[in-house]
Structure formats: C-alpha cells, structure tokens
Design a protein around this ligand. Sequence first.
Ligand SMILES: Nc1ncnc2c1ncn2[C@@H]1O[C@H](COP(=O)(O)OP(=O)(O)OP(=O)(O)O)[C@@H](O)[C@H]1O
Length: 576
Amino acid sequence: MIYLKQYLFQHKGKVLLTVLLLLGQVVGTLLIPALLAELVDQGILAGNISVIWNTGVKMLTVTGLATAAAAWGSWATSDLSAAFGREIRLKVVQKSQALAIQQFDQIGISSMITRTTSDIANLERTIGMVFQMIVPAPLIVIVSIIMTVRAHAAMALIQFLFMGLLLGLAAFVLKRSEALSRTVQVRLDRINQVVREAVTGVRVIRAFGNEDYEEQRAGSAYRDYADTMIRLNRLFAIVNPIVWLMMGALMALILGVGGGLVLSQAMALGQISAVSEYSMMTMAYLIMAASVMTTLPKASSCLSRLNELLELRPAVNDGGLVTAAAPAKTEPVLVFDHVTFAYEGAEEPVISDLSFSLSSGQTTAVIGSTGSGKSTLADLILRLHDLQTGQIRLHGTALPEYPQQALRDHISCVPQKAFLFSGTLAENLRMGQKDASEDQLWKALRIAQAEDFVRQLPQGLNAPVAQGGTNFSGGQRQRLAIARALVKEADIFIFDDSFSALDGRTDAALRQALRAQLTRPAKLIIAQRISTIRDADQILVLDQGRLAGCGTHEQLMQSCPAYREIAASQSQRKEA
Ligand SMILES: Nc1ncnc2c1ncn2[C@@H]1O[C@H](COP(=O)(O)OP(=O)(O)OP(=O)(O)O)[C@@H](O)[C@H]1O
C-alpha cells in the first residue's frame, strides 16, 4: 500500500484534478432530474413556454459540461493509472536487478513475471475503476437523499431501505469473494510456470514423448484456475438477478407510493420522475461501487505481492569503495583465502576452506566431479553470493568492499549455460563493451573460432538472434558466448565449462588462440576434460568443495590420487 500512497501523494495535483472532474460530471448528472422536475411542474403543467425553453437550454448546457468533464476525467484517470503501472514496473525491474541470485530463485521466475505483468495490470484497472466508480458514489448518495427528502420524506425512507439492502448484499459478496480472489493470482502463477516450462522445454518433452503428461499438468493448472473463477463468477451470477429484482421493486414502490402522494397533493407530479431518477442513479452507482469493491481484495493481494518483492533487501550489498578510489592493480589479481560457502538452508558447505590465487597472464584450471562446487566457485568470484567465512580479494581488496558494478568490470565470464539475448549478434557481442568497434568484434569471433560461421550468415554481425539464441546450435552458441566475453576488457576471464559442446579440434584451436591472444589477463577455466586443461599453469582439483590437489598436470599425475583417477577414467573412456 505504501507505494500506492507514495505515488498518489507525489501526483497529488493530478489526483485532485481527476477527482474534481469526476465530481463535476456527477454534479451535472444530479442536476438533470431536478431540472426535469422543474420543466414538468413549472413548464408543462403550468403551460409556461418560456420556462420550458429556459429549462431545456439549462439541461442542454449542463449535459454538455457534464459530458466534457466525464471525457476529461476519464482521460485523467487512465493517465494516472497507466503512469502508476509504468513507475511500479520500473521499480520492479530495478529491484530485480539488485536482488541476489538466490533471492531470485526463491521468488521464482514465473511469479516474477506474473507480478510484473498481470498483478500490475490488475492494479492499473482497479485504480481507474476506484476513481470513476467509488469516488463519486458518496456525493451521489448524499445529494440524492437530500433532493428526495425535499420532494417527500416517505420517498427518502424507501430509498434508504433499498440502499441498506444493497449494501448488505455487497458486504456479503465481498466477504465471500475475498479468499477466492486471492487464490486466483496464485493459480495464475502456477499457469505461468507450467506454460513457461511447456514452451521452453518443448524439445525435451517431444524427445521423451511426454506430451500427455504435460497436457495433464497444464490441464490441471487451467482447471484449478477455472474452478476458482467459476466459484467467483457463480457468486456474482446470484447477485445480478437479486439486484435487478431490487431495482424493479424500488421503482414499483416509488411509482405506487409517489402516485398516492401526488393524488393526495402531498407531492408535485414532476417530483416522481426526479425521485425515481435519483433512486435509480443512486442504486446504479452503488452497484458499480460495490462491484469495484469486490475486486479490491484481488487488487490488495496484487499490491501486497508487489510490496513483498519491493521490500526485499538485497542479500548482496554494494561496498563503500567508490570507483575513483579503486585499489591499484596488484599481483596476484585474485586471492581465495580460506573460503567456505554454503547455500542457504544447506547442511554442508559447497566450498570448504579453499585457498588459491590467480595471477595475470596465468591460466588456472578447475576440475572435479559434477556437483563438486566448480560453478559455485565462479559465482563467488562474481560475488553472486556472500561467504560464510574466509575472504576473496581482488587486487588486495576484499570483494564486499567494491560496488558490485565496479567489481564485475574487472571480470569477464562465460557462464556454463551459453545464454544469448534476442536482438542481433552485434548487440549480444557488445554486452560487456558498448563501444566496441566491428574490428574488435571480429577479433573476438576469430579467437572464439566463430568467425567462419558468422561470415557465412547473410547479415553477418547484424544477423538476428532468436530468444535464448535458439536459432544457433549448442556449439555455435557456446562460441558466441565466448566471443562476447572476449570483447570485454577485463583482468580475469572465467570460462565455466565453456568448451564442452566443442569438438576436439575446435577446442584445441580455441585454447591455442586464447594462449596467443589473451596474454595479459588471468584465466580461470572450469572443465570436465583433462585434455582441455592439461597445459594450464596450475590445476585445482576439487572434491566435494575441498582442494584435493593443486599443481601442473605432471605434478598432479604424480601427487594427486583424485586427479589420477579422473585421468584414468577419461583414458579408459577413450579406449572404449
Ligand atoms: N542455487 C543453489 N541453491 C542450492 N544449492 C545449489 C545451488 N546451486 C548449486 N547448488 C548445489 O551446490 C553443489 C555444487 O554445485 P555446482 O553447480 O557448483 O557444481 P559443479 O561442480 O559446477 O557441477 P557441474 O560440473 O555438474 O556443473 C551441488 O550439490 C548443487 O546441488
């Protein structure tokens, strides 16, 4: 709620104008029945043609002004709600960029998407409806009652009775629909999740012939959503006929009682039409206000889901160092000093008491079985998580001292999953260095062994990249991701299992080009194949997050049983 309040306060001028315009429309609407009564009683019944003309002109003028106020008010309302949507979406994007990766995982990608799209769209709609239907309601009710009391107190009593009945019905529906409305958004999250997986995992689903299971899974998510919506709509389906019945009964009572009062000369004839119009108008506005009220629990649940996200404090925070005061470049570039790290909720650490260093110009390789903590080690260098104990220092300064952006400016990384963004190849390649020239892009592509296939593309560097890079093969994607990392100027290059989709010849050519062209920075290569890393200056052998050995290939073959085991299993595989 705080964000909505803040927004309305910041735009109080616009809010005031919108309310005034909408109230102007209401005042115009309320004047018409009074003018009509005047026209009937003092014009038609009295046979006074000038009153008829004058009142007619007044009615036209009031209608014109009310229509203009309605149109402007409606535009102002849309402007307010759309601007709220834009501002809060921007806040969500900023927050999602600031959150730690683990927090992202906890919220879930599907829920993140539902919150940014459906939840905010819901709020935009509700803000518009509240302004247009709830804000004018009290004025309509008060003025209608006053005008009806002026016609005859008995009429006001009838109006009162029906308003009470209607509000009672609205309160009942509101109470019943509250829980259901909250459930609808959760069900929508689930649909989003299932659809996302069905679309992004379509190849796996086809390969495993899992279409039936996926259909069932999607069907059950859709069914749950539909069931909740049906229960909600059933509630409104009962309410609608009751409301129409009430409107009919009210009209009948007004005409019956009003007719009696006119015959007994206790009320003027024109007042019957004025009172009936006021009553219908009041009931109509109350019904609209009540129907908007029934959407409020859903909007409030959307708002609290957004608040929950916006209130999250990033688990990884910027350090106090400013870029201008960044430490001088020292050797070794990076030091792991007795580092221990465990994921939140995990019983065992993934990295235990790990110490090593990276120096400029050197290649350090990391090898170990799956799940031994290799990718986590790369994430720790990027400070995607904070450590439990120990310290990682870049140029002699602990990572938490750096602003995150400044820290990551020193590092270029090829993640395990070669993810490309929709756009063009050049846009993807320039991610780390916006002003890179075409020559720099081609040089990076050449080192990454991607030049040949990019030259063959009709649009070359401007070739389109589909969402996730699906219009390229796994090996091509991997080479493009390597080229993207090479375009960036950095002190440390991390290649996280980046050569796995390459054939032996391309792998060897790429490593050779890296050695020749990437001489100054420190390189960290995470790999599964010994052939990829045997030339490294130092090799770290990880075993369940612990350092089982460190040295060159030859040294490790002598001294490290775990390394020998990996080498033996890979040579056996080759022989087989
Ligand atoms: N976000 C996470 N939350 C909780 N546990 C995680 C998370 N990411 C990884 N792990 C766990 O940490 C351990 C190490 O994972 P990591 O990805 O670092 O291994 P790896 O050596 O790179 O494996 P691989 O060679 O298969 O890529 C695994 O047991 C994994 O289940």
